[in-house]
Design a protein around this ligand. Structure first.
Ligand code: HEC
Length: 443
């Protein structure tokens, strides 16, 4: 029991915790990828002797990606330690120096970026190109490092302590192309704000559109990614979990529309794109990024680190341990307004829910347990909770004893009854629950 660390937790109800970190993470990923693609795009334009455009675009890049990107980046850390302290702790232990390396790259990116904003217009061509190249290289390198750490969570095996894991290369190349596409679409927005004549604008747009042409490789990269992820994750994406399948479809559909517009519209038909349309495409790209990130995070369930740590911050060994001791025996943190529960059993149920369910569920809000089980009988609840990993493959095994299951069932009954101040629990025989727990095992 000593070995299971308990961290202070926060409750974000009616939002579920997974959604909170997911939402902030998606926004951050979008901004960060824009910054990375932006660096590469600027280098490409600078080499094409488009200085005035580069200077104009850089102002936007710095404003959006440095300010908002940095704010959301800090927010990610801040929320992560309130939701998955153990996961992030394990990852920092594992990738200590790699993570430090990523931060160095990020620091170089920021310093080079600010140096360019302050001095870019006064520098020689050669110095400008070098500074931009430094900015672009550092930004892309930070993606290189963080991508290894993130893809390790889903496919933790590979060379160099898992860093060059199975999904490392497809997701690195995929993200690089996404970053280039975002930068190219943002460039089309910015070009439309410049005070230049239309022919010149059209030429800049064509140049920007070429930068998004690698999108053509995206379907192949997506297939490669699908091929290397674990089979159970793949089966959810391909219909096993319809919510995820729909998100995959949305991400693919939105990417196809953007790619079609860029390749057929801008490159083949040489269409002109105005600021409003470019903004719309950028918004569509945000939708595709959000859907894609949702799927990537979701595919990892029930783990935050596949095979090693469940979304509940428990290891498989901890689950076996808590089966014996009960889920709440060593949890040192009090419930928020514990007095509203009319009995100790309900308080225990609430603690069990906090420890084992609320990473992915709320009682009454998002992915609400009450809604999911609205039509269930009490015994159905007992059976399905005791055999949680069989109820749905993306839930971890129940990490508590028969009393914990019963406490949770009574909590659900009490919530369904509208939280009465007096509540008489049914007395039940715990033996069948114990038998179901034993049958389900802890794997
Ligand atoms: C790793 C995330 C995760 C954890 C932890 C988790 N669940 Fe779930 N659970 C899900 C998802 C995702 C669904 C599917 C929701 C849907 O189908 O809309 C689900 C579905 C359910 C359902 C409905 C099953 C069905 O067949 O319709 C119940 C009941 C349930 N969970 C109870 C629990 C309880 C009780 C706990 C804690 C002991 C728990 N879950 C822990 C992710 C999780």
């Amino acid at each position: 029991m000593e070995s299971i660390p308990f961290y202070p937790v926060n409750d974000f109800g009616p939002l579920m915790k997974g959604m909170v970190i997911g939402g902030i993470g998606i926004l951050h990923v979008f901004l960060a990828q824009f910054a990375i693609g932006g660096g590469l795009l600027l280098l490409y334009f600078e080499r094409g002797k488009e200085r005035s455009f580069v200077d104009g675009y850089f102002q936007y890049l710095v404003l959006v990606s440095f300010v908002l990107g940095a704010l959301t980046g800090v927010a990610v850390w801040f929320v992560t330690i309130q939701i998955g302290a153990r996961t992030i702790g394990l990852m920092i232990d594992r990738f200590h120096w790699l993570w430090a390396t990523e931060w160095v790259c990020f620091a170089v990116e920021v310093v080079a970026g600010y140096a360019f904003v302050r001095t870019g217009t006064r520098l020689s061509d050669r110095a400008r190109t070098r500074l931009l190249a430094l900015y672009a290289a550092a930004a892309w390198a930070s993606l290189f490092w963080i991508n290894g750490i993130l893809s390790w969570q889903l496919t933790p095996d590979g060379a160099w302590a898992g860093f060059f894991n199975a999904s490392f290369w497809p997701s690195l190349i995929f993200r690089t192309i996404v970053a280039m596409t975002l930068a190219s679409l943002a460039a089309c927005v910015v070009i439309n704000t410049l005070d230049i004549e239309r022919a010149r604008r059209a030429a800049l747009i064509r140049r920007a559109a070429w930068f998004a042409a690698p999108m053509l490789a995206m379907p192949l990269l997506a297939l490669w990614y699908f091929a290397v992820i674990p089979a159970d994750s793949r089966s959810w994406l391909l219909g096993g979990s319809i919510a995820m399948t729909m998100f995959v479809a949305i991400a693919a559909g939105a990417s196809l529309l953007i790619g079609g517009y860029v390749v057929i519209g801008l490159l083949v038909k040489r269409l002109y794109i105005n600021g409003a349309t470019a903004t719309l495409l950028l918004a569509l790209a945000f939708g595709a990024t959000a859907a894609g990130e949702f799927v990537r995070e979701g595919a990892r369930k029930p783990y935050t680190i596949r095979g090693a740590l469940y979304s509940t911050s428990l290891t498989p060994a901890d689950v076996a341990e808590l089966r014996r001791t009960g889920a709440t025996a060593a949890d040192p943190y009090p419930l928020r307004d514990a007095a509203r529960y009319p009995s100790d059993q309900l308080r225990r149920g609430a603690q069990v829910h906090r420890a084992l369910c609320d990473a992915c569920h709320t009682i009454n809000g998002a992915n609400s347990i009450i809604e999911l089980t609205r039509t269930w009988t009490d015994d159905q609840l007992r059976l399905n909770i005791a055999k949680l990993q069989h109820t749905k493959g993306f839930m971890p095994p129940f990490a508590g004893n028969a009393e914990d299951v019963e406490a949770l069932v009574q909590l659900v009954r009490w919530e369904r009854a509208g939280r009465p101040s007096r509540f008489i629990a049914e007395t039940t025989d715990l033996a069948p629950i114990q038998q179901w727990l034993d049958e389900a095992g802890t794997r």
